[in-house]
Design a protein around this ligand. Structure first.
Ligand code: GLC
Length: 763
């Protein structure tokens, strides 16, 4: 049991038992069209397709606490006069018991007060664009319970920036009314320049005892979410419509009288469609408590199926629950949303090209159709000369954003496509014709090759790829040297060309084979030259003025983690020797025992410590923080070097549960069940604080690092290859994995330093 909750592995859940966590601990709901995030206090946000232009509810990012408002259920106990929430906030009325269970796609609250127990479950089913509120109330006392259940959601004005800049006009361009025939509230949005005017309805399985469409009528002019005036003693819901605009909400009240031991189930439904008849059909479909319960059950079935693709038993419960439940779930949420929207991200950034490409890697194993769908969208935003972009918006008219320019965008696509083909065995994917952004067509093979050529042709004087704004590491932009050369990207090019070579050979494209071989040889020579090898490790950047970054001669930014890991991952020539030395230097200089720092020492001022600071404070994020995403490559590199103990240590020490327990949940702050993009490093007094959670490339690479490297079950174009690199502490592990339509049970043994395995097909 942790300070604020515990893992219930059998139910694939994290259970928050103390409602006042250090920050909102959220979960995601959604069916890849309608989506929401919801905190353990039911704070959150609902949007459709694209959170920039189709943001349905309101959310106040910088409010304190940071999750207001949300999807609230108020319980008015008419016997005691108390108003409470099964999610504690916003009323914050003390509860007799509280649990919030986050599980894939569903969040459930179970709470009781004064002999009344309420169970409230939120979810969005796979096939319908509805947010379901499944509610049941039980009388556990000896009296007759007289309850009013009241739901609340506050609406925004769909377009995020337009609302921020012009809500005073927009607030007069919609209407909300209760429709007695349908038994639902209609939200009719008719902003005149809106790119999207959906039909939205909010219904209930029961006869309403009252409703509100006006936030001011419910909350009151001097009221608050904590204590809505319509729920104060003597007050009742006023049945307000909002025909002329204002601040919109949907509130529905249901009276419930229960004898001792009796229970009542009901449901509320938010439905969205392009046209009213479809939205009305959804409301009718979910107008019973059983239909709502079936909708929630369908979500559980959807996730159960996905999480079965690969299961692992290593004997380490902390590792196993992450690998079996939370990493795959985190991977799929990250692929769905890239870095768009969370309690940290504002929902304006679209799907980033390189992040999405990486996120699709692990999902190739978990849900190959979804990975492929995203990759098609990635390729469709590529320029016909092979360049990538910063971000694309598949569901938004803004379409594509090119700046800031990242030089590594197109180096990643072969990783994902190779992994996808290795998973499915379907080589014909390479021949699939896909558009470039100007509408011209090219095969997947050509898209990838052009992307590699694009990077190769933009080399600097040393022969390594040019940085432009930045490579994988966004903060390299601080140095303002567009002509600097990137060692990391040079190494990644070697790795990518090796994967592409594998593909080009099979496709008998001899000219491309020759090109790949030449690039690999050329870059390998440069990367092993004294311009890049620093004596004990690999440097990071070669500046256009001849200076370097990531050298023992530097006063700050002396050693970077990524070139050491990628030297091994790209694995050629001298890298075996130097790779070992480099990873040893990383272990000695970068490992903090709570994760590897991205660089040491952090920058105080740029370029020299005496200069004014620029960018993140020392120890934070890319400036010497424990950057989780970068840790994953070090784990993989240690496996390639055969260092199972070190790989396991690196894997385990950044698991959210481990970090949270090590620093204390109050200091770490973030959810103990999903990754953060970085943890603040030891030079800072904030050492151990977690950064942005959920939306990070970490989850996907951690899946790859564990499955393909530590457990060593590696899909190739021909077959599943098995070469484990277990630590001494794990003497046996069992993996069940589906592969090309079959399910295998793979048993790994580790005795007296020897690793062996058996693999058999199961029914
Ligand atoms: C963040 C960004 C990612 C970038 C990384 C390192 O995770 O989403 O694109 O590569 O930071 O700067």
């Amino acid at each position: 049991m942790q300070q604020y909750g515990y893992f219930d592995d059998a139910a694939a859940s994290y259970v928050v038992t103390t409602p006042q966590t250090p920050r909102p601990w959220i979960n995601y709901l959604g069916n890849r069209r309608l989506r929401a995030f919801v905190s353990h206090n039911a704070g959150g946000l609902l949007w459709h397709m694209e959170p920039y232009s189709r943001r349905i509810t309101r959310y106040h990012y910088t409010a304190a606490p940071g999750d207001r408002p949300g999807f609230y259920l108020y319980v008015r106990d008419r016997r005691t006069g108390t108003v409470w929430n099964p999610h504690f906030a916003p009323s914050c009325t003390a509860l007799d018991s509280f649990a919030c269970r986050h599980r894939p796609g569903v969040t459930e609250f179970v709470a009781s007060k004064d002999g009344v127990e309420v169970r409230f479950t939120l979810g969005i089913p796979p096939t319908d664009d509805v947010l379901l509120w499944q509610v049941s109330v039980r009388n556990t006392g000896t009296f007759t319970a007289d309850i009013q259940l009241v739901n609340f959601m506050e609406f925004g004005l769909l377009e995020f920036m337009r609302e921020a800049l012009g809500w005073c006009y927009l607030k007069n361009q919609f209407e909300l009314r209760y429709d007695p025939e349908l038994g639902a509230i209609r939200y009719n949005y008719h902003v005149f320049e809106a790119p999207f005017s959906p039909a939205m309805l909010i219904g209930c399985s029961e006869q309403l005892s009252g409703w509100e469409c006006s936030r001011e009528a419910f909350i009151g002019k001097s009221g608050s979410y904590e204590s809505p005036s319509a729920l104060r003693p003597g007050a009742e819901l006023s049945n307000s419509d909002l025909p002329l605009g204002g601040h919109a909400c949907a509130v529905q009240g249901v009276n419930v009288r229960l004898a001792p031991g009796a229970e009542k189930a009901l449901g509320f439904t938010f439905a969205l469609a392009d046209k009213w008849p479809q939205a009305e059909a959804l409301i009718r479909k979910y107008q019973s408590a059983t239909a709502v319960a079936a909708g929630i059950a369908a979500i559980d079935a959807f996730w159960r199926e996905r999480l079965q693709a690969t299961t692992v038993a290593t004997g380490d419960a902390v590792v196993d629950r992450m690998v079996n439940i939370w990493i795959p779930y985190n991977c799929m949420v990250a692929l769905d949303l890239a870095r768009t929207i969370s309690t940290d991200h504002m929902g304006t950034d679209g799907l980033r090209y390189r992040d999405t490409t990486q996120d699709a890697m692990a999902v190739a194993n978990l849900d190959p159709a979804f990975a492929l769908q995203r990759m098609r969208q990635v390729f469709a935003s590529q320029t016909p000369d092979g360049g990538g972009c910063f971000a694309f918006f598949p569901d938004d008219p803004r379409a594509i954003r090119d700046t800031p320019q990242r030089c590594d965008n197109t180096v990643w696509q072969i990783y994902t496509i190779h992994n996808l083909i290795a998973e499915t065995g379907d080589m014909s994917l390479l021949e699939e014709q896909l558009p470039y952004r100007d509408g011209s067509q090219g095969s997947v093979y050509e898209h990838i090759l052009k992307g590699l050529v694009y990077i190769y042709e933009r080399r600097g004087p040393t022969g390594l790829p040019t940085l432009y704004h930045a490579d994988w590491n966004d903060s390299l932009a601080l140095f303002g040297d567009e002509h600097a050369e990137s060692v990391m990207l040079g190494m990644q090019m070697v790795y990518s060309c090796k994967l592409f070579l594998d593909v080009a050979r099979r496709c008998q494209r001899s000219a491309d084979v020759a090109w790949c071989e030449r690039v690999i040889a050329e870059l390998t020579t440069i990367l092993n030259s004294d311009k890049v090898w620093d004596g004990r490790w690999y440097r990071r950047l070669l500046f256009s003025n001849g200076k370097v970054l990531g050298s023992a001669a530097n006063r700050q930014g002396r050693i970077y983690l990524n070139p050491q890991s990628w030297a091994v991952l790209s694995g050629v020539g001298d890298f075996e020797n130097r790779g070992r030395m480099a990873m040893q230097a990383a272990a000695e200089m970068l490992d903090s025992d709570a994760g590897l720092r991205i660089l040491m020492p952090p920058f105080k001022g740029i370029p020299e410590p005496e200069d004014p600071p620029l960018g993140s404070n020392p120890g934070i994020g890319e400036n010497g923080g424990i950057f989780s995403h970068a840790n994953t490559w070090a784990i993989m590199a240690e496996c390639l070097l055969g260092n199972g103990d070190r790989a396991w240590k690196y894997f385990r020490q950044i698991l959210p549960q481990v970090v949270s327990e090590r620093f204390g949940a109050d200091h770490y702050e973030r959810e103990p069940y999903v990754f953060v993009s970085s943890i603040i490093g030891p030079v800072s007094d904030r050492f151990g604080e977690g950064g942005i959670s959920w939306l990070t490339g970490t989850a996907n690479w951690m899946h790859i690092a564990m499955l393909q490297y530590i457990l060593g079950i590696h899909p190739t174009l021909d077959r599943l290859e098995i070469k484990p690199c277990l630590p001494q502490s794990v003497t046996a592990a069992r993996v069940k994995r589906t592969y090309r339509g079959k399910t295998y049970q793979i048993d790994l043994q580790h005795r007296n330093g020897q690793q062996s395995h058996t693999c058999r097909e199961t029914a």
